[in-house]
Design a protein around this ligand. Structure first.
Ligand code: BGC
Length: 600
């Protein structure tokens, strides 16, 4: 990611009101001309949901970065690519009025495609990409995400999550590629390469390896912020932390990742946001990470300390370079300036942080190209992009059961298919982090549902399809039944689950459908394994579809003969009592990690 730029390490602070009509031209030049207060300003990332009411503060305070997360989109939720580009350029225009003309870096959670924007191409969530085990496919998918993000003027993506989810009850399990570093590391590195593109400069989107480190290893019952396991405590030895959770960060750093986000979780009782050993000694010194370490959203507020100013000082001293906080930029600036004056933060630490931030901005060529490159906008959600997502969907499907050759379904001949459950619900197939933070059911963006895909596949054939929806206990019969359903969308700790239950409605629908058809197929949308031990005997075929994204024709491709090649990226438990369950721990899974039938 980084061009090595000559920098001066001990720049003398200037007075705040020094007039300077000329923009700065290199990291060294900027650092040499910035006041301490301006430097502290660059160390902030503020939410657009807050700054929209006072955009002039971007220049007044020299804010380094903004993020568009919850409520920060041009329309509150969603919005088209053109609306996003206008919004992003608008903030940039405001920000560039700062004394030295330092451009703003705009960040977004583009975690399975440019998912907060409507009309974009949404890929399977990471767990599905993990089932493909294919770094090149991940790189191609992220390369498309890079282009779609660029089309909206955004230059920083908070992805990939290189977490290693060890307990499927964690609501963020689907954000990880799998339960083992050998799965996560190559795919995470490939995602970094795809997002950042072939070379530094104006066509690059800075990637973020998150969340450093141990977020997927927290102990159930230790969750913070009211959650069961999310933001919890990783109770493990340093050897285990290094063996399971660190390798993917090493791989991401080696792939040139531009930023690393710190985890909300704790390691043996201490919040990682304040852990100088992990952030400075391990990440920066040992792994040789030269990019930006960013805190998680308001994560600094969770460090043990005597008030916000103290928390900021501890975070910066631990090695955090940029503080992501929705609204407290003024307090953050004051705390950093005061911390330096009091001798609690060495000024070299501030210079190091700002150097990393400015290096990123020069490396992205933001100074010369601060505005959206609308040339990329025309391909957002294009058929060519969606074709790659469709391929990824097909290759992420894991076939868990296929009794009596139930699959593939014949493409010709005359027969009847009854479809039950939620086959026509796009939001369900997207999961969380889709248009909104938590995601929601319904037609939230442009895409093809499984029901639409089934209609397309069977159009003009002798195969008739009928969608009974939730009314699976009605009066009908068919040769083949396809039940589609699973988890309602969720994100982060809101998805923590104590039971991993399929849910009564799902179970009833599935049984009723299977009782009325000759061959019964289940397609499960879920961010993780659910307990399906009782349902398996009722079906002839069972497909773990994960959260496939906008292109469900990838599912019909697999069902109708193009083959299943997905392999479980996690161990699938028989009962929730078996959690946490991971390969090599001696527990017997219902289906082991790596499992997946390929009958054709
Ligand atoms: C999440 C991060 C995300 C950030 C910004 C936090 O709640 O933990 O993964 O990047 O919000 O939206």
């Amino acid at each position: 990611m980084f061009l090595l730029l000559a920098v001066s390490s001990c720049a003398a602070p200037r007075s705040d009101d020094e007039p300077d009509g000329r923009g700065c031209t290199s990291t060294a030049d900027c650092l040499g001309r910035m006041t301490l207060r301006e430097k502290a300003g660059q160390m902030n990332q503020v939410s657009t949901a807050t700054i929209k009411d006072k955009p002039q503060d971007l220049a007044t305070y020299g804010v380094g970065s903004v993020l568009s997360a919850v409520g920060g989109s041009p329309t509150g939720t969603g919005g088209t690519a053109a609306q996003w580009a206008d919004m992003v350029d608008g903030y940039q225009r405001q920000a560039l009025k700062n004394r030295l003309g330092i451009p703003l870096l705009h960040g977004v959670d583009a975690v399975h495609g440019h998912n907060m924007v409507q009309g974009t191409t949404l890929f399977p969530q990471h767990i599905g990409m993990g089932a493909t085990r294919d770094p090149d496919l991940v790189r191609r998918a992220e390369d498309i995400t890079r282009q779609e993000v660029l089309g909206t003027g955004i230059r920083w993506a908070f992805a990939p999550c290189v977490c290693v989810p060890r307990d499927d009850r964690w609501g963020r399990t689907y954000e990880g590629y799998g339960e083992d570093p050998s799965i996560v590391s190559p795919l995470g590195a490939a995602a970094v390469r795809g997002l950042q593109g072939p070379r530094p400069g104006k066509d690059e989107v800075m990637a973020t390896a998150k969340h450093f480190v141990g977020d997927g290893g927290t102990t159930f019952g230790t969750g913070d912020n009211g959650y069961l396991i999310d933001r919890g405590d990783s109770r493990m030895s340093e050897a285990d932390l290094r063996k399971v959770h660190l390798p993917a960060f090493r791989a991401a750093v080696d792939a040139g990742v531009g930023s690393v986000m710190v985890t909300y979780s704790s390691w043996n009782g201490k919040k990682v946001h304040g852990d100088r050993y992990l952030i400075t000694d391990v990440l920066k010194k040992e792994l040789g990470f030269h990019g930006i370490v960013i805190s998680d959203f308001a994560g600094v507020r969770e460090i043990k300390g005597s008030g916000y100013a103290d928390q900021v000082v501890r975070a910066v001293d631990a090695g955090i370079d940029m503080i992501m906080d929705p609204s407290r930029y003024k307090a953050t600036i004051d705390a950093i300036v005061q911390g330096v004056r009091d001798g609690r933060i060495p000024s070299s630490r501030v210079d190091d942080a700002v150097r990393r931030i400015l290096d990123a901005k020069f490396s992205l060529d933001l100074f010369k190209h601060p505005y959206a490159d609308r040339g990329y906008a025309k391909n957002i959600g294009s058929p060519a992009h969606r074709a790659v997502a469709r391929e990824a969907v097909r290759r992420s499907q894991v076939l868990l059961k296929n009794e009596g050759g139930a699959l593939p379904l014949p493409r010709t001949g005359t027969y009847k298919i009854a479809v039950g459950g939620d086959a026509d619900d796009l939001g369900l197939q997207l999961g969380g982090w889709s248009v909104s933070w938590q995601g929601h059911k319904g037609r939230t963006t442009t895409g093809t549902t499984l029901w639409q895909a089934l209609r397309k596949t069977t159009a003009g054939t002798g195969i008739s399809v009928r969608n009974v929806g939730a009314a699976t206990s009605g009066d009908y019969s068919a040769d083949v039944g396809i039940w589609v359903g699973g988890e309602r969308p969720y994100a982060e700790g809101h998805g923590d689950s104590a039971d991993l239950a399929l849910g009564g409605d799902n179970a009833r629908q599935l049984s009723a459908l299977c009782a009325r058809v000759k061959v019964c197929v289940a397609v499960l949308y879920s961010g993780r394994p659910l307990i399906i031990t009782d349902q398996l005997p009722e079906v002839d075929a069972f497909v773990a579809s994960w959260l496939p994204g906008t292109e469900a024709e990838g599912i019909t491709d697999a069902l109708f003969g193009k083959g299943f090649s997905g392999r479980l990226p996690v161990s699938w438990p028989k009962a929730v009592a078996d959690e946490p369950i991971n390969a090599g721990d001696g527990k017997k899974a219902l289906f082991p990690q790596g499992y997946g039938i390929s009958p054709y």
